[in-house]
Design a protein around this ligand. Structure first.
Ligand SMILES: [Cu+2]
Length: 479
């Protein structure tokens, strides 16, 4: 059970941990309340000796995983098929490559009776590689599929199935991916924080029941996870060290609102890589599917600090409750690493003064007698009329959320620019593939159509997408 990680926790008061008690008796400086160290992500083994080719094998399997110590849960997860003894893990094996590399992923579906695919969230790739079962087919149990494409963009990415997404993701099928810059800035360390949550029944099994409030907000569950383990986790940093933290919200329905009492947090990248200008934040809201890279500067003063998620209001539903995420132990000799110059990247605003405007309305019928239903422009996927566009064109999407709750909006296979939210200018957000649209809010996006093909766009809360809030975008080749 996690002990509170409030901003002024005194381990001598808790004393449930023998180490802490000993330390207090000895009159030593306080030590952390005893969270387990942050789990490192398992890394997918690259079997191709060519430095410009990354070749990995991901196998989707039934597995047993301890989200909570001592409580095994039956789940579905990815394991590294190139290491015979590697267990499946949540998050799945980390895929690492460098921009410009060719990525080959041998995917094998060993799920019992379930079709699946892998969708590479945020990557620009040929449409047949996108994991859309309507384009490249669902991968049947026992079958394989080879994903093979060139990595066009550096950034922090994420992968998961695109079949029965709400349940397959909730059961553990998701993983992180790094596409490194050709010349990345040098930080003292780099960490992934894969933020998630899970609902466990008393026997440890995953609670998949879809209550009315789950349909409204997406599944939000009681056990908050960092890198697949119950939060909080402990990290140790040298005073004045500067680290790069890659963050993804891998949950179905929970929003995270990050704050810390010690380190300085500066956003250096969003979904599609570096920004025109890094910006320091007091708090950072991360919606499902969004990624941010932070430059984290540790304080000079040794001590125990915290990273927490504050409560997030969710319209008509109960708010997402506050949760401790990390215990940050700043100790040891001050870092001798020079702080890296924070990266910048020029991003020209897309030309939209003469662009056509498309209206995309998001609505729902939560009281539908046949179960909650969600709509895009009044239609319910898959019974939708595809939007038609031409590769190379830029249009403005006016995405209108008619609902009293949030929809994080995701378009496959391209990056857009957020123009404004309800008339307010929004600048410096960089290239995005997922952006949160708040209750009764309208967001305008500049959308540059990229590769030809039939692409999906949808709410990134999979409980909404799977119940209709998804559309197809048919991008024709340049005429
Ligand atoms: Cu939604």
């Amino acid at each position: 059970v996690a002990v509170g990680v409030g901003l002024d926790v005194n381990p001598c008061l808790g004393a449930a941990l023998s180490l802490a008690a000993l330390s207090c008796q000895a009159g030593a400086d306080p030590i952390p309340v005893g969270a387990a160290p942050l789990r490192e992500l398992a890394r997918a083994l690259d079997v191709d000796p060519d430095p410009r080719v990354v070749e990995v094998t991901l196998v989707a399997v039934p597995a047993v995983h301890e989200y909570v110590d001592g409580m095994p849960s039956s789940i579905l997860a990815f394991r590294d098929g190139s290491r015979p003894d590697a267990p499946a893990s949540v998050p799945g094996p980390l895929v690492e490559a460098t921009v410009g590399d060719r990525l080959v992923v041998h995917f094998r579906n060993e799920l019992p009776g379930l079709d699946s695919t892998i969708h590479w969230h945020g990557l620009r790739l040929p449409v047949e590689m996108d994991g859309n079962p309507m384009v490249s087919g669902a991968v049947a149990p026992g079958a394989s599929f080879q994903y093979d494409f060139v990595l066009k963009d550096a950034g922090s990415f994420w992968y998961h199935p695109h079949v029965d997404t709400d349940e397959q993701m909730e059961l553990g099928l998701q993983g992180a991916m790094i596409v490194r810059e050709a010349d990345p800035p040098r930080f003292s360390a780099e960490r992934w924080l894969v933020l998630d949550d899970v609902g466990l029944l008393p026997d440890g099994s995953i609670d998949l029941a879809l209550e009315h409030h789950d349909a409204m907000t997406g599944r939000r569950d009681g056990v908050v996870l960092v890198n697949g383990a119950e939060a909080p986790a402990a990290v140790t940093i040298a005073p004045s060290a500067s680290e790069r933290w890659r963050i993804v919200n891998a949950s179905n329905g929970r929003y995270f609102r990050l704050v810390t009492d010690g380190p300085t947090l500066t956003v250096i990248a969003s979904d599609g890589g570096f920004l025109p200008q890094p910006y320091e934040v007091d708090e950072l809201v991360v919606a499902p599917g969004e990624r941010f890279d932070l430059a984290v500067l540790a304080p000079e003063e040794p001590g125990v600090y915290a990273l927490e998620s504050l409560e997030v209001g969710r319209g008509m539903a109960e708010p997402d409750p506050a949760a401790p995420l990390l215990e940050i132990l700043v100790e040891g000799e001050p870092s001798s690493d020079p702080s890296p110059e924070l990266p910048t990247r020029a991003i020209d605003p897309l030309p939209v003064s003469n662009a056509a405007i498309r209206r995309v309305e998001l609505t729902s019928d939560l009281d539908n007698p046949a179960g909650p239903a969600f709509f895009v422009n009044g239609q319910r996927w898959p019974l939708t009329t595809p939007l038609e566009a031409v590769s190379g064109d830029v249009e403005v999407w006016e995405v209108v959320n008619e609902e009293p709750h949030h929809h994080p909006f995701h378009i496959h296979g391209l990056f857009f620019q957020v123009l404004r939210q309800d008339g307010l200018p929004v600048s410096g957000l960089g290239w995005k593939d997922t952006t949160s649209i708040g209750p009764r809010q309208t967001v305008r996006l500049a959308v540059p159509y990229d590769a030809p093909g039939m692409w999906m766009f949808h709410c990134q809360i999979p409980e909404h997408a799977e119940r209709g809030m998804m559309g197809d975008l048919m991008v024709a080749p340049v005429p």
